[in-house]
Design a protein around this ligand. Structure first.
Ligand SMILES: NC(=O)c1ccc[n+]([C@@H]2O[C@H](COP(=O)([O-])OP(=O)(O)OC[C@H]3O[C@@H](n4cnc5c(N)ncnc54)[C@H](O)[C@@H]3O)[C@@H](O)[C@H]2O)c1
Length: 268
């Protein structure tokens, strides 16, 4: 296998949700490094022109469409010859946060924010392997580590995405692919428009999108397999330290050894 190509001339990155807040900031950073960027997002004139203005190629994609994820990756390989990094970044949050649990909305959020990631990994894996390895970077959220009472669907989806990243890391590492999760706190993009006034009223700092984009680039260049990088205002980007769980004990009180085939890799 050849070595992974770092972000720079000759490398190709796919970004889902590529014309949103983080997507635009990341596209700018990658274009500054001469990376070929394919911004995949819902089809609209606005999204097409955003990509064009940033020097990215646009491809229409609804990440909940499993076959469309495969088709987009095939298109990237056909048009640009390779895929080195997949940023699975598309996401939504609940449109309201009243006491009733709207199951339709819950399922919609999980469909996009969790299954969109699963389909994206499945589609990108063989292409990145063919390129000699590379990176898959999932935009999860702090809500996946610290669930939000106001948005159960989002918390489940992002927590699930982090678990998926950690679970998939060993097998992707064997393909030369480093998968990581980015877990920003509240950041300055359209997704917080509905609650932006709350932050302003409470004088609560939000993270500039460019800072999150820097972390996304770092995840490609030097991310550790299975890591979840927390980004908080005033704190910067730090890998989250997962606590272990109590080990099982044998009848005699010894620590029971998990069968080798089921053992979590030491890095997780
Ligand atoms: N901004 C924050 O506070 C924050 C914090 C933590 C995590 N996130 C996550 O960051 C990611 C990017 O969000 P953002 O903050 O840039 O918000 P954003 O609303 O600006 O961008 C989200 C993008 O995802 C796209 N999208 C939505 N549904 C899609 C679908 N079905 N298929 C394809 N694309 C779809 C949207 O069109 C949009 O371009 C999301 O996964 C979000 O959950 C955001």
């Amino acid at each position: 296998m050849t070595s992974p190509t770092p972000p720079g001339p000759g490398s190709v990155a796919l970004i889902t949700g590529g014309t949103g807040g983080f997507g635009r900031a990341l596209t700018q950073k990658l274009r500054e490094r001469d990376v070929t960027v394919v911004a995949a997002d819902l089809d609209s004139e606005r999204n097409r022109s955003v990509a064009e203005e940033l020097g990215a190629h646009f491809v229409a994609l609804d990440v909940t469409d499993r076959a469309a994820n495969e088709a987009v990756v095939a298109q990237v390989e056909a048009e640009h010859g390779r895929l080195d990094a997949a940023y699975l970044n598309a996401g939504i949050s609940a449109a309201k946060s009243d006491d009733a649990l709207d199951l339709d909305e819950f399922m919609r959020v999980v469909d996009i924010d969790l299954f969109g990631v699963v389909y994206g990994v499945q589609a990108a894996r063989p292409a990145i392997k063919r390129a000699g390895g590379g990176a898959i970077v999932v935009t999860a959220s702090l809500a996946g580590l610290s669930p939000m009472p106001t948005d159960p669907g989002y918390s489940v989806a992002k927590g699930g995405a982090i678990a998926f990243v950690r679970s998939m890391a060993p097998r992707l590492t064997r393909d030369g692919i480093t998968i990581t999760a980015i877990c920003p706190g509240f950041a300055d993009t359209a997704i917080i428009d509905r609650i932006r006034h709350e932050f302003e009223a409470a004088d609560f700092p939000v993270i500039p999108a460019a800072e999150v984009a820097d972390a996304m680039v770092m995840a490609w260049t030097s991310g550790e397999p299975g890591a979840a990088y927390v980004i908080q205002p005033g704190v910067g980007t730090v890998p989250y330290k997962f606590k272990g769980v109590p080990s099982a004990k044998t009848a005699t009180g010894e620590t029971a050894v998990v069968p080798e085939a089921l053992r979590p890799p030491s890095m997780l």
